[in-house]
Ligand binder design. Structure first.
Ligand SMILES: NC(=O)c1ccc[n+]([C@@H]2O[C@H](COP(=O)([O-])OP(=O)(O)OC[C@H]3O[C@@H](n4cnc5c(N)ncnc54)[C@H](OP(=O)(O)O)[C@@H]3O)[C@@H](O)[C@H]2O)c1
Length: 220
């Protein structure tokens, strides 16, 4: 599958490592340009590209940059992507330590992923946002293994969500359908499922136990 990854940090780097190992054709971009990604490219076989090129021909695009950087992404980010491209948003809002206060999230009540999709101009599927980056490398298990972790996946586009869930299964994790993007507060920072390392039933329970109120730690 042709996959574009925008952001080559903790999450983007490890997704590049695993997805290339699985045989996918991965293009990867960061803010500083492809010439700064030669080590990752040599390690993985991924193609370093500019942000504007990352989605070209891609069936899946992963947006995995700090939330505060989302408005800096170029307009037309998804131009040239394959029809029906699934866009994964791994982002989290950390107002205190990184992103600054965003009124549309805190006052208007937009979920973090709704805010992001309005900025990039394309629907997203929220996934990996509560997954420790190192777990992407260390914790994949085959389907049916009783210790297999499950990840919540939210999105409005059912076909895109299915594509993302199949990819996550291939990466070695179960998934739980966490509803649409308006429900995706259930997996945001500070909720019971955020950072949870457990299986399908525990993830379902944690999603059901979530509160829509932001905790003080994650309020600006
Ligand atoms: N770390 C985790 O375990 C974890 C887990 C789940 C979710 N998340 C979330 O996933 C997102 C990414 O986290 P991370 O830890 O992978 O971040 P990170 O290690 O700080 O890496 C961020 C990446 O985004 C790139 N970037 C920044 N601004 C950009 C721009 N304007 N255009 C293109 N690329 C840009 C950076 O490129 P340069 O280095 O060239 O600036 C870097 O490659 C965040 O929202 C985070 O909260 C993180």
């Amino acid at each position: 599958m042709k996959i574009g990854i925008i952001g080559a940090g903790n999450i983007g780097g490890n997704l590049t490592r695993r997805l290339t190992a699985l045989g996918h054709d991965v293009s990867v971009a960061n803010s500083r340009g492809p010439e700064t990604l030669t080590a990752l490219a040599e390690e993985t076989g991924a193609t370093p590209v500019t942000v504007g090129e990352a989605a070209r021909g891609a069936e899946i695009v992963v947006v995995t940059v700090p939330l505060k950087a989302v408005p800096d992404l170029p307009s037309g980010l998804l131009d040239g992507a394959a029809d029906g491209v699934a866009v994964i948003d791994t982002g989290n809002y950390y107002p205190r330590e990184r992103d600054g206060r965003i009124a549309a999230i805190e006052d208007d009540g937009l979920t973090e992923s709704r805010w992001t999709e309005r900025r990039i101009g394309h629907p997203v599927v929220k996934a990996f946002n509560g997954t420790y980056a190192q777990d992407i490398l260390d914790r994949p298990l085959p389907a049916g293994d009783p210790g297999r972790m499950a990840l919540p996946v939210a999105g409005d586009d059912e076909a895109a969500k299915r594509t993302v869930r199949e990819l996550i299964d291939e990466l070695g994790f179960d998934t739980v359908d966490a509803g649409g993007i308006d429900e995706s507060w259930r997996q945001q920072p500070g909720t019971p499922v955020y950072g949870l390392r457990d299986g399908v039933e525990a993830v379902r329970k944690a999603l059901a136990a979530a509160s829509p109120r932001r905790t003080p730690e994650f309020s600006g």
